[in-house]
Write a protein that binds this ligand. Structure first.
Ligand SMILES: Nc1ncnc2c1ncn2[C@@H]1O[C@H](COP(=O)(O)OP(=O)(O)OP(=O)(O)O)[C@@H](O)[C@H]1O
Ligand SMILES: [Mg+2]
Length: 238
């Protein structure tokens, strides 16, 4: 049996940038299945936390311990950034790229890319240049490029920011299907409706501090922190 990637144990992790602490210290264990939704006002540290967990931001204090070795852990997770990087090549080759990077033969990579393009609804634009896609299509491309790695853990940073209702619904359906297949998801959003639709639990961040990690039902009816209560009321948080 393959050793599970999770739990991830984070202990006392903090990030300092520009002379101030922008995140933490955070102690947290990521385990189980499902979707954790990261909520919090602009600048609260959502992107920094996601990137730190994924290993693309280095913490200044603390440790992250995966259940497997660091290299194995790196290969078994994927990240969809808020502004996806689109490579100067076709949609198909954009999606195939992570596989070719990992040494999969080009023909096989392209076959699998075609299947993942279909999954996110990009079949129609497969041969187009990636750069000419619309914003929503670029997000779908980024999602397909992450899913093609069949990650055990998927991070997404506001994957539906700037998308219309239809594109958002498409992406939400894909994420729920991916979750049902057993992929653990951690994603940030500013969309409370989306948090309700997708989240199993809510992580609430404010000023770099993780104020609570609460099951969704409870978060929306009885948030544990004053700041989350204010946030849900729509107050402007300092
Ligand atoms: N390299 C850096 N140097 C200095 N400050 C930084 C750096 N990176 C991030 N910050 C600051 O850290 C804070 C947290 O940023 P982060 O991008 O994680 O917030 P966020 O919750 O994702 O916000 P948003 O909702 O706007 O995406 C912000 O105040 C930001 O200005
Ligand atoms: Mg952010």
């Amino acid at each position: 049996m393959v050793t599970p990637l999770l739990p991830l144990k984070m202990e006392n992790v903090s990030v300092r940038r520009g002379g101030k602490t922008i995140l933490g210290p955070i102690t947290l264990q990521l385990a189980d299945e499902g979707i954790s939704i990261l909520l919090g006002p602009n600048g609260s540290g959502k992107t920094t936390l996601l990137k730190t967990m994924h290993g693309v931001e280095r913490p200044n204090t603390g440790t992250l311990q995966w259940n497997v070795g660091a290299e194995d852990a790196r290969l078994r997770q994927a990240f969809v950034f808020q502004s996806p990087t689109i490579l100067r090549r076709s949609v198909l080759d954009n999606i195939a790229y992570p596989l070719t990077l990992r040494g999969v033969k080009r023909a096989e990579a392209r076959d699998r890319a075609e299947a993942f393009a279909a999954r996110v609804g990009l079949t129609r634009v497969l041969d187009q240049h990636g750069m000419v896609l619309s914003g929503g299509e670029k997000q779908k491309l980024a999602l397909a490029r992450a899913l093609i790695l069949e990650p055990d853990l998927l991070f997404l940073d506001e994957p539906c920011a700037n998308l219309d209702g239809r594109a958002t619904r498409d992406i939400e359906e894909i994420l729920l299907a991916v979750r049902a297949e057993g992929t653990r998801i951690v994603m940030s959003t500013h969309d409370l409706g989306q948090a309700r639709r997708l989240g199993d639990e809510i992580w609430f961040l404010h000023a770099g501090q993780l104020r609570e990690t609460t099951p969704k039902g409870q978060f929306f009816s009885e948030p544990q922190s004053d700041t989350a209560r204010s946030y849900l009321r729509g107050d402007l948080l300092p």
